[in-house]
Design a protein around this ligand. Structure first.
Ligand code: GCB
Length: 616
């Protein structure tokens, strides 16, 4: 399990951050020989030397939808490469770090032909100290091999099999989850510096008392080896600045590594529409010092790192999830990181548009179905007061075995480690639709949840379950029981008059069996924008409206029982899937189209979400 690389790179008076985003070069390897590049040492030279076709490839982006040929369906490895300069000034008294926010699914990285790092499990960051591999004041080459193959021990699982094609025997990737297995360098690549003695990790937890006193407990980790000897910091200056830059509290901490700040009359972090000023963030500033021995000499600032912090309390009981002591009702969405051309590539324009739509429609939450979303989106959620159910990449887990369990735990450790400081995160989701009724699931989930609970950092555990309450082996371990159900879509298609009964009964059955708060994480139906039918017929906009209306009726009955704590639409927007006969160009259950325009149902949902916000 990586212990580094999960802290977001931020520049400061002691750190410099650059991005290696832009155009890279890509070469694909032969699908039937994915490791040929390793054997032939493609990393030791410019990729042009391979004699293969060089494809200009933007970073960040999925590589799949950029070209006009079959790169979309490539199985196996592709190689990325570019050059970059490292300034001369970076050589002295500091370290140079290379950080990937996400490469899907696995990556091996070389700098100037020498191995720098490797990582697997997409959607999660990793980094390496490359000070010893780069040439300072000169040009350097970075090479990345990216492998998109999913097997029985990857998170998520898939299956690669050989098939006879027009070009002979070729590997084919299959998977049961319902979104396209986009691949590539999906998020930014950062090149940054730290001083030799520096803060390598930070953890904060916050609380708010009924009297409005804020409490921030912090812990920092320090990396300090310097030419063989360890230098010890003598003190830490901690300053909490409010939104106007005024210091609200400060502290000189000689214990250095951990401490507590008390903030009188704190400005709490509130979710969107729960307060006139949601998403209030302070700036928590850490300065690491070594005291000077000389009387007249100032103490030497070693490193400075700043973290946005929201002060709030999160708690839960067998009936509710509470923020700052108030029970929450979550109005939200399942989503995807997905758009035209760039696939799962980070795009700030899309990110800003999506948050504007979330606010326009009155949502206060979403689930990061079915994998960790970009760190930039987590920061945005903090700022806008949108609550996050933070999900690990374990979607449709089917075969339960020990190596998989290890990967699954690792994905949760990395996710929680990366996201634990975000006030927006209100729960961890350990899986989406695992085959939790199957043999082996009980033992598997008992270990998984035990482990996750030990690192959960003050958040409840949940999952999105599609087994039923009588057969599921996972729900008993959770704090919040979440279920996915497609009444009047996969079941009883066309019969919207059966929704209220089935749904209220099912929610009640989860409650009766487990006695925990219950939430619906998915409901919906595919809807072709512009297709109309009166009376409603499945796939028409009218049908989506009718299906939602009946769900609203059921939710209103359930809301009378205080243990029903939220409703999540599937999905926020239409998205790409694998090619199957049930998907027309992809999954069309979006309330918005893939290019983020409303379908008819969006207007209805907006009325409901704003009405709910007013009521609570
Ligand atoms: C589900 C899955 C989701 C699918 C959705 C559907 O239950 O969790 O990934 O996209 O159903 O539309 O079938």
């Amino acid at each position: 399990t990586p212990t580094r690389g999960l802290l977001y790179p931020r520049d400061s008076e002691t750190r410099e951050v650059r991005r290696l985003d832009g155009m890279w070069r890509l070469v694909r390897s032969d699908p039937s020989d994915p490791l040929e590049g390793i054997r032939e040492k493609w990393f030791s030279n410019n990729l042009r030397k391979t004699g293969r076709q060089i494809i200009p490839m933007p970073v960040p982006a999925s590589y799949n939808d950029i070209t006009t040929d079959n790169l979309r369906d490539h199985v196996g490895t592709v190689w990325y490469e570019r050059t970059f300069f490292v300034p001369r000034s970076w050589k002295v008294n500091q370290r140079t770090w290379l950080r990937f926010s996400s490469v899907h699914y696995s990556a091996v990285v070389w700098i100037n032909g020498r191995n720098a790092t490797s990582h697997s499990i997409g959607h999660l960051p990793f980094e390496a100290d490359i000070s010893g591999l780069v040439s300072f004041g000169a040009e350097n080459r970075i090479t990345v091999m990216c492998d998109n193959r999913l097997g029985s021990r990857t998170i998520p699982q898939g299956l690669v099999y050989e098939a006879n094609t027009d070009h002979g025997s070729e590997p084919v990737q299959s998977y049961t989850f319902d979104f396209f297995n986009y691949a590539g360098i999906h998020r930014s690549v950062h090149l940054y510096t730290t001083p030799l003695l520096h803060i390598s990790d930070v953890k904060v937890t916050t609380q708010l008392t009924a009297e409005g006193l804020g409490r921030i407990d912090y812990r920092i980790w320090v990396d300090g080896s310097q030419e063989g000897r360890r230098i010890q910091p003598t003190h830490l200056l901690v300053q909490l600045r409010d939104r106007d830059g005024q210091v609200a509290v400060h502290q000189i901490n000689k214990a250095v590594y951990h401490g507590t700040l008390l903030v009188p009359n704190a400005n709490p972090w509130w979710p969107y529409l729960m307060h006139p000023d949601p998403g209030y963030l302070y700036d928590l500033q850490f300065e690491l010092y070594v005291a000077s021995n000389e009387e007249e000499e100032a103490d030497a600032l070693q490193d400075a790192y700043r973290l946005p912090v929201g002060i709030r309390s999160l708690s839960w009981s067998n009936d509710s999830l509470l923020l700052n002591g108030k029970p929450l009702y979550l109005r939200g969405f399942g989503r995807h990181e997905d758009s035209d051309i760039r696939g799962k590539g980070l795009d700030n324009a899309l990110l800003a548009r999506d948050f504007n739509l979330l606010k326009w429609i009155g949502a206060n939450a979403y689930r990061t179905s079915h994998y960790p979303y970009s760190e930039e989106s987590m920061q945005f959620a903090d700022k806008h007061g949108i609550m996050i159910i933070d999900e690990c990449p374990a979607v449709n887990i089917d075969i339960f075995e020990p190596q998989l369990l290890e990967q699954h735990m690792s994905s949760l450790e990395q996710l929680i480690h990366r996201d634990r400081n975000h006030p927006s995160v209100v729960a961890w989701s350990v899986a989406n639709e695992p085959r939790s009724h199957k043999q082996g699931a009980l033992k598997y989930f008992k270990s998984l949840v035990n482990f996750t609970r030990s690192i959960a950092d003050g958040r409840p555990l949940t999952a999105a379950i599609n087994a039923n309450s009588s057969t599921c082996h996972l729900a008993q371990f959770l704090d919040i029981v979440g279920f996915n159900r497609y009444n009047s879509w996969y079941q009883n298609s066309g019969r919207t008059d059966m929704i209220v009964n089935l749904l209220t009964n099912e929610a009640q059955s989860w409650r009766d069996k487990f006695g925990k708060p219950v939430i619906q994480f998915e409901y919906g139906g595919d809807t072709m924008e512009g297709m109309h039918s009166l009376p409603a017929f499945i796939w028409s906009e009218e049908y989506q409206v009718e299906l939602f209306s009946r769900h609203f009726k059921a939710f209103d009955e359930l809301r009378e029982k205080k243990w029903f704590i939220g409703e999540f639409v599937w999905n926020f927007a239409d998205f790409r899937t694998a090619q199957t006969i049930t998907r027309v160009g992809g999954n069309k259950k979006g309330v918005f189209t893939r290019n983020r325009q409303p379908k008819e149902v969006a207007h209805l949902l907006r009325l409901r979400y704003f009405a709910l916000a007013k009521e609570l």
